[in-house]
Design a protein around this ligand. Structure first.
Ligand code: FES
Length: 485
């Protein structure tokens, strides 16, 4: 089988216009063959007939997400600058010339072999196999052409030993691309000074696009080490790099961020956006929180944004008259003010080793921010087979971000959003309110015991949810929680 006929799952998913999770399900169900994590072009065309040509599913998917959903910034940067584009085309051209020379050599070898086997049954078999092998359908050719364009526009990176995959859009550095894809690659300054983003290139070619002061040793350079914060990918890459997967792998940090934006999401909830310094960002995993100090008071809040938002940290602050920090945010905080931030805290993070469908349950207004961060990370990873979000408020005003949830449901395949009202009991008769709401939800969820649950709320809501899920056969290890009090 020609290696050019094999696509990584990530690239195949993009070409077919589906998530990696959907493709992985097809592989698991036996509807699509995979060869060491790759799929054949012909099999992809058969599994998703017509998608590559008739409606250019990849472009449709990108423009749909761009118009409606959260990832606008990710896709706005899709075009590489002229120099990077020219270098990528040059690298692809060299690959093509080598591949053509090899194909010519192989072709002449095969025809000589055919002549020598003339009259022999093996000769007839060889001719027949060659005819089959060389005949690519129009759909396959179209898909291969698109794949070539994608290799120029967005080279693919595979990380060892963790197995993470992502694409380098535009002229992003490899580090930026990893962070946009929600992959917590190790880094420090992100400005070429500390050397912590050092990784070894096992296959492929880099190009330096940012200045760096940090000096690698000659031996490191010879062995393929390079700084990921100052290089982009010219070709598809395989790199050896450190990636944090668990909360305890991220160091504690103290930084000073600045207020960049304050925006009312509703009458009661404000979006507070902080910008971290370029050379001192906060490393965290989606779903973690941070301690924020404002007006002389400190509070630990969930970070509502995901690490793919780069230097922006979002917090959802509730108006609570009499609460010092809330009064300060709603009454005195100004754009540009310096804000000490320490963290990250918490272990409400996505289980990246799991391919199970995901169910998110956000209780009340305070359950949504951590859930939002993990959902955005899961969407950036494209690995979830399906996502269900239940946002259960005591009253309708608790659903303070309904447009965002609806846009996810509209733009993303296999994403379902269900807002529910549990009534005042959610803060009084908690156990009864939680049990009765889950009594409605759980029968709707097929095979709850085979899903991963992410639940955020106050401690009473979490305890009641844990008990109800256990009664429905959900093992304790399938449940991750964020407790808001
Ligand atoms: S992150 Fe500091 S040199 Fe790359």
């Amino acid at each position: 089988m020609a290696t050019t006929d094999l696509l990584t799952l990530s690239r195949a998913a993009r070409l077919a216009g589906v998530t990696r999770g959907v493709l992985q399900k097809k592989v698991r169900d036996g509807d699509l063959r995979s060869f060491e994590g790759k799929v054949r072009v012909a099999d992809l065309v058969e599994a998703f007939p017509g998608t590559a040509i008739e409606d250019n599913a990849e472009l449709a998917r990108v423009s749909q997400i761009k118009e409606r959903a959260f990832a606008r910034r990710v896709y706005e940067r899709a075009l590489p600058d002229k120099e990077v584009l020219a270098a990528r085309v040059g690298a692809l051209g060299r690959d093509l010339a080598v591949a053509n020379a090899r194909a010519d050599r192989l072709q002449s070898l095969l025809s000589e072999l055919g002549q020598r086997l003339e009259g022999h049954s093996l000769g007839a078999w060889l001719r027949h196999q060659l005819e089959i092998g060389m005949a690519a359908s129009d759909d396959e050719q179209e898909l291969l052409a698109q794949e070539g364009v994608m290799r120029v526009m967005a080279p693919h990176v595979k990380v060892t030993p963790g197995g993470q995959e992502f694409f380098v859009e535009g002229a992003d550095t490899v580090l930026e691309a990893a962070l946009h894809a929600g992959i917590a690659m190790a880094y420090g300054c992100s400005g070429g000074n500390c050397g912590e983003c050092k990784a070894r290139v096992v296959a492929g070619t880099l190009r330096q696009v940012r200045h760096h002061d940090y000096r690698l040793t000659e031996a490191e350079r010879q062995n393929g080490w390079a700084l990921m914060c100052s290089h982009t990918a010219l070709t598809d890459l395989v790199i050896e790099a450190q990636v944090a997967r668990f909360a305890n792998e991220i160091p504690e940090q103290s930084i000073t961020a600045h207020v960049r934006k304050m925006e009312n999401l509703s009458d009661e909830v404000m979006l507070l956006e902080l910008l971290t310094p370029r050379s001192n960002r906060l490393r965290f995993l989606a779903g973690q929180g941070a301690q924020v100090t404002l007006g002389g008071a400190s509070a630990t809040w969930p970070i509502a944004s995901c690490p793919c938002e780069e230097r922006r940290l979002h917090f959802h602050v509730r108006r609570m008259p009499g609460n010092v920090i809330s009064d300060y945010v709603f009454g005195r905080l100004r754009i540009g003010e310096a804000v000490p931030v320490a963290g990250p805290v918490g272990d409400f993070v996505l289980r990246e080793d799991s391919a199970r469908p995901l169910v998110f349950i956000a209780w009340g207004w305070q359950g949504f921010a951590p859930v939002k961060s993990v959902i955005e990370h899961a969407l950036a990873q494209e690995s979830a087979e399906s996502i269900d979000l239940y946002w259960i408020g005591a009253q309708g005003s608790d659903h303070y971000h309904p447009r965002l949830c609806r846009s996810w449901a509209e733009a993303i395949d296999n994403f379902r959003y269900t807002p529910l009202i549990a009534g005042a009991g959610l803060h009084g008769e908690v156990v009864r309110a939680v049990r009765s709401t889950l009594g409605e939800i759980l029968p709707e969820i097929e095979t709850p015991a085979e899903r991963d649950f992410y639940v955020a709320g106050d401690s009473a809501q979490i305890d009641a949810t844990r008990a109800a899920l256990a009664e429905h056969g959900v093992p304790a290890e399938r449940l991750a929680t964020w407790t808001a009090d």
